[in-house]
Structures are given as C-alpha cells and as structure tokens.
Design a protein around this ligand. Structure first.
Ligand code: NAD
Length: 492
C-alpha cells in the first residue's frame, strides 16, 4: 500500500523520489510505504488551503461545526478499525488505542459544540452611545506538526479547533505513523469537507516541517514533539514571526506520601509508567516516595510488575506493547546503562525482551530502579520507555522540590489522604497538569493540556484554550452617537 498526500480534496503523489516504509513495531512487518514530499508539495498544499480559507471562514461557525459532528460520527462508526490500524502502526495495546480514538471522537463533538459558542466579550463602553465587543477571528492557513505516539488524538486536538474557528490547515504527521493520517483523510473526504480545507503532506521534519514553518502564507505552527525539535521550530518560527504553539517533552513524577493508599498508588504508577510502553508525554518516569513507605512500595511494585504481559498489542491480554523502533530501544538501553553507572539500583527489568516472537519486534522489559539521585541523568532526562526511577524523600517540601527540579513541567501526581497535603501540593507543583490520587496520565479533552518550562511556550492544546492558538482577538467599537467621541479625552 502506497500512501499519497491529501491536497485540495484529492490524493496527490508526492514529488520526492524516496519512500519510507511504515513498519509494525510488534513484528517488523511492512504495513505501507509513504513517498516523501518536497517543499513544492508544501507550496501546493498551502496554496490549496489559502484558496479555500476565505470561503470556509464565511461558512457560519455552527455550520462548520456540522462537519465536525459528521467527522465524529464517522470516527465512531469506524472506531474498531481505526484502533486496530493504530495498534499495528504505533504499537500501543488495543485497549489504549480504543481510548485514543475515543479521545478524537470526544474532541470532534466538543469542538463542534464550540461552533455555537466561540465566545467573545461584550463590555460597556466608557462613552455614551457606544458599543464595545470582542470576537474571535480566524487566522488563515495553519500548519500542524504531530508526533507518532498519539497519531490521531493530537491531530484532533489541533485540527478540530482550527477548523471550527474558520482556519484551513496543512498537517504533517510523523513519518512513523502516516496510516492514521491517511484514515483521517478518508474521513475528511467522506464528511464532505470542502476541498482545500484539510490537507495532509507526508514527509520528514527537515524538509516538509521546515517548508511549512518558512512558508509566508502559514500563519500559525502548532507543534507537538520533543523539546529539541520544538526549540528548532521556535527558532525558525521566531525568525519568520510566526505564532508558534509548542507541546514538548516531559519527566513526570508520582509523589507517594506516607499516608497514601499504597495499593491505589501502585495501580496508578504502573498504568502511567508502562502504558504505551512508557511513550506518553505524560508517562510517569519518576516516583518520589516518602522514606517511611519506600520499602513497602518497592515490594508492592515488584509484585504487581510480575503480572505484566509483554507482546503484540493486538492480543487483548497484553499489557505492554513494543516501543516504536530500534532507535528507541537503543536509547532506553543507553539510559539503563547510565542509571547503573550513576549508582542507581536496578530492581527489575533492564533488558530488551527477546523471548520467542518478541525477537521480531522492539520490546523492552518493564524496568524499576531505586535509590535514584534526584539530580542524576536518569531522574532528569526524558527516556520515553517503560522505566521507573524511585527517589526517596523526607517530607512533602522535599517531594515538591524534587518534582519541580526538572527542566520539564507537564504532569505530576500525588497520592495522599490528607487534605492539607493535597491542597499544598496542587498549589506548589509547577506542572501544567496535576493529578490527585491518580497517575500522571488521563487528561480529559475539555480542559487545557500542556506544560510549563521546557514542555511548552505558554500555549495549550485541548479545552477552550486551544481556540486561543487558532484565533485572533478582534475588538470592535461601534459609535452610534453621531459625533466624534475620543476615548480617554472626552468625559461626557
Ligand atoms: P520529534 O520531535 O522527533 O518529532 C515530532 C514531529 O516534528 C514529527 O512530525 C517530526 O517529523 C517533526 N520534525 C522533526 N524535525 C523537525 C524540524 N526540524 N522542523 C519541523 N518539524 C520537525 O518527536 P517524536 O519522537 O515524534 O515524539 C516524541 C516526543 O513528543 C516526546 O518528547 C514526547 O514527550 C513529546 N510529546 C509531547 C506531547 C505534549 O503534548 N506535550 C504529546 C505527545 C508527545
């Protein structure tokens, strides 16, 4: 199967000569090939998006929303098919894939509802017979750049608010996961979106991503990916005076206090550390544990980890699927060696899993380190694999300090039964998302999603906050006094 770009409502072959294979990380099987696009393909897609945008912006927002309802409906009808493609292409276990597709469906309906809101403000004027209000205006053509770990959900977080607000888009999915984008293109077409409103260009970040950022007609770049790439996107975007929204890496922690329900904490930790094989931006990578319950927690974690089956995510009994590719496996293995060199104690896992059929894919054993120093590389850098680092602390103050010591600021969590501890923690943890008595993952689509420090640059995906990325505020003053009234000067 060869995947072509989706431009101006039609399939268009990319101009590049190279193909990239799409490989199932569970077994190495080739699922498809994408032909890599060039700058000229980006030019064609942006021209189509620009030509369609003026008309799209004139469609009343509730009518634009009707397309989103239809897209949500089609996604719902195809939920099982989409989930299976997602698992094959990306590796996450089927239960999580269904959850990710559901997130996209939820976002379609939620943003469709925004078609009848898109609230601005009406405020009193300081002058008589004058009316003042603000409205959200579409920006134009927006560029969406997405990672492979949530190939459909993140695309919906960006494209649906962009559409309902009256923008058209060019989307570059990750080269590892073009099949979900292809499936979404089929849905956009079937939902009857006017040609040019939604465009998908397959290709590398270096070629296609750069061309999108540099294109004078692309007004916004909404990027999700690693902090290293995000920095490059911001630098180039800054040079071209683009509005750039960045959602980047994480080094998220669960804090377990001495009064925590440890059974619940173990469940929360395992789900958020090993779900998606640790490849979520919100994955729990550190466990900051009160010294009085450290040993107990270690035993309970080890006991629960024994029951985790590794394998192909299409098998419903599997809990940990493969990581995305060989390079990811090598990176995780490097961090395990770094941890050992730094003096952390390896309690479980630490090896590439190669038993039987696992040798055909890219599997990592769930791994638990303890006695990890808070400032070691193991505890500070994003690993993006199923690896937990346990860090012991004396009290809540130290726990918060350790949580906040990393350069990232996406998600944090605290397990405690004490209301004072919980409220101090939610105030003082410096991440964009805080969970109480739950792991570090599980965001719902109607609240802002994103992080502080090295995770973001102040924008948010999801929730109404996403509309801030894809709209300009326009303030409108209507003077019906029939005379010149000067604000701040005329007083009556
Ligand atoms: P990545 O940075 O390698 O790639 C992300 C996207 O950027 C891909 O589409 C890629 O092709 C593109 N890209 C690469 N170089 C580019 C360039 N020079 N210019 C423009 N685009 C370029 O990230 P990844 O490996 O695909 O994803 C994993 C990372 O994403 C992790 O760091 C993870 O924490 C992060 N992530 C963050 C969030 C969040 O919301 N904060 C969500 C999911 C993933």
């Amino acid at each position: 199967m060869r995947l072509n770009n989706f431009i101006d409502g039609a399939w268009q072959e990319a101009g590049g000569t190279d193909y990239a294979p799409v490989l199932n990380p569970a077994n190495g099987e080739e699922l498809a090939q994408v032909r890599l696009s060039t700058k000229e393909d980006v030019d064609t897609a942006v021209a189509a998006a620009k030509a369609a945008q003026r008309q799209w912006a004139l469609v009343p927002a509730p009518k634009r929303a009707d397309y989103l309802y239809e897209i949500g409906h089609l996604m719902k009808e195809r939920k099982e098919h989409l989930s299976r493609v997602l698992t094959k292409e990306m590796g996450k276990v089927i239960e999580e894939a269904r959850g990710e597709v559901q997130e996209g469906i939820d976002m379609a309906y939620y943003m469709a509802g925004e078609g009848r809101r898109l609230f601005g403000e009406t405020v009193p004027s300081e002058l008589q017979n004058k009316f003042a209000m603000s409205v959200r205006a579409p920006i134009g053509v927006v560029g969406l750049i997405t990672p492979w770990n949530f190939p459909v959900a993140i695309a919906t977080w960006k494209s649906f608010p962009a559409l309902v607000a009256g923008n058209t888009f060019v989307w570059k999915p990750a080269t590892e996961t073009p099949m979900m984008a292809y499936e979404m293109a089929l849905i956009f077409k079937e939902a009857g979106l006017p040609a040019g409103v939604a465009n998908i260009v397959f290709g590398t970040g270096a070629e296609v991503g750069t061309a999108m950022i540099e294109h004078p007609d692309v007004r916004v770049i909404s990027f999700t990916g690693s902090t290293e790439t995000g920095r490059r996107v911001a630098e180039l975007g800054g040079h071209h005076l683009k509005k750039v929204s960045l959602e980047m890496g994480g080094k998220n922690a669960v804090i377990v206090m001495d009064d925590a329900n440890l059974e619940l904490a173990v469940e929360g930790i395992l789900w958020s550390a090993f779900g998606t094989a640790g490849q979520r931006c919100t994955a729990c990578s550190r466990v900051i544990v009160h010294k009085d319950v450290k040993e107990d927690l270690e035993h309970k974690l080890l006991a629960s980890m024994e029951g985790l089956t590794i394998g192909d995510g299409l098998d419903e009994s599997v809990k940990i699927g493969p990581v995305i590719n060989r390079q990811a496996l090598e990176k995780i293995t490097r961090y395990i060696a770094i941890g050992q060199e730094e003096g952390a104690k390896l309690l479980a896992g630490g090896k590439v899993a190669t038993v039987g059929n696992l040798a055909k894919g890219h599997y990592m054993e769930p791994t638990l380190f303890t006695d990890v120093k808070w400032d070691s590389r193991l505890a500070q850098e994003e690993i993006f694999g199923p690896v937990i680092s346990l860090i012991e602390v004396e009290d809540l103050d130290e726990a918060i300090e350790v949580n906040n010591s990393v350069r990232y600021g996406l998600s944090s969590s605290i397990f405690s039964q004490d209301i004072n501890t919980i409220f101090r923690a939610q105030r003082d943890l410096d991440t964009g998302i805080v969970y109480v008595n739950a792991g570090t993952t599980g965001a719902e689509i109607h609240l802002p999603f994103g992080g502080t420090k090295g995770t973001g640059n102040g924008h948010r995906d999801s929730g109404v906050a996403a509309l801030d990325v894809f709209t300009e505020w326009k303030s409108i003053y209507v003077d019906f006094s029939g005379k010149l009234q000067r604000a701040q000067i005329d007083t009556d």
